[in-house]
Design a binder for this molecule. Structure first.
Ligand SMILES: NC(=O)c1ccc[n+]([C@@H]2O[C@H](COP(=O)([O-])OP(=O)(O)OC[C@H]3O[C@@H](n4cnc5c(N)ncnc54)[C@H](OP(=O)(O)O)[C@@H]3O)[C@@H](O)[C@H]2O)c1
Length: 248
């Protein structure tokens, strides 16, 4: 049910954090994985570990997104799983002061690149007769996060959920499923300053009902489930994995 033997997967943001954990988990389930991000050295090391293919690329360069899919199709075969884990914040300003360049950059990396990647894998998935796209958003696409300003990031992540529902209904007839996983806070390069500040760590503890600190490994299960046949009847959904943050 959770096996992915022989399936070709693309994982963006695979040079660290959740993307690395997802790439490893998909490979353990039998998938052949192309790992995508900017830091080539890290990708080479990860690809060696999982017998995958490294593709160094800046996803903000939207004209290059199609090349990734062509390279994967040539080296591994047609992709039928895509996990869009690359994402970032480009400003810590409050909403009224966010620079337009930061807003644009956020939308390009977090929302437009996943959309273009989906467009480019679509013909392959349609030809195979199935596919699974899993976007990684955030609880901030669903609720405001007091004290940590992130308006454009939140908008980009909420946009992924809208995109997910629309692609799901347009492509369901081809058995292409599109879902989103919305993590709560977990420790990674992006969030390590939070966990290292006692005040911020206490804020996270206070707002997370489950008595644990999230890690990438706590998010991966939902992604692997959505990628494969165990979730064959699930599409268009945003699955929140947040230790209970949004349940309060
Ligand atoms: N950590 C959390 O608490 C949390 C909570 C909710 C949602 N998320 C989301 O989870 C996803 C993974 O984040 P993470 O916490 O694992 O952070 P992370 O360790 O910083 O990973 C981000 C990944 O995105 C890649 N990336 C960034 N900019 C890129 C670009 N322009 N082109 C290509 N790749 C790029 C980075 O690789 P390179 O630097 O090598 O390019 C890295 O592999 C993100 O979408 C994030 O928004 C995280």
């Amino acid at each position: 049910m959770f096996g992915l033997d022989g399936r070709v997967a693309i994982v963006t943001g695979a040079s660290s954090g959740l993307g690395t954990a997802v790439a490893q988990a998909l490979a353990s389930a039998g998938a052949r994985v192309a790992v995508v991000a900017r830091r080539r050295d890290r990708l080479i090391e990860i690809a060696e570990r999982i017998d995958g293919v490294p593709i160094a690329c800046d996803l903000s360069d939207l004209d290059r997104v199609g090349d990734i899919v062509s390279e994967v199709a040539e080296t591994l075969g047609p992709p039928e799983i895509v996990v869009n884990a690359a994402g970032s914040m480009f400003t810590e300003e409050r909403a009224e002061s966010e620079p337009v360049d930061a807003i644009r950059h956020t939308m390009e990396l977090n929302l437009m690149a996943p959309f273009l990647l989906a467009q480019n894998v679509f013909p392959h998935m349609r030809a195979i007769g199935r596919g699974s796209i899993v976007n990684i958003s955030s609880i901030s696409g669903r609720v405001g996060i007091p004290g940590i300003p992130q308006a454009s990031y939140a908008a980009s992540k909420a946009g992924l959920s809208g995109l997910t529902a629309e692609l799901a209904v347009q492509w369901a007839r081809h058995s292409i499923r599109v879902n989103t996983v919305a993590p709560g806070f977990f420790r990674s390069e992006i969030t390590s300053p939070l966990y290292e500040s006692e005040r911020a760590a206490e804020y996270l503890r206070r707002n997370t009902p489950l008595p644990m600190q999230g890690s990438a490994d706590d998010i991966v299960g939902a992604v692997v489930w959505l990628a494969g046949d165990a979730a064959a009847y699930v599409t268009g959904q945003t699955i929140v994995v947040d230790g209970g943050w949004t349940a309060r």
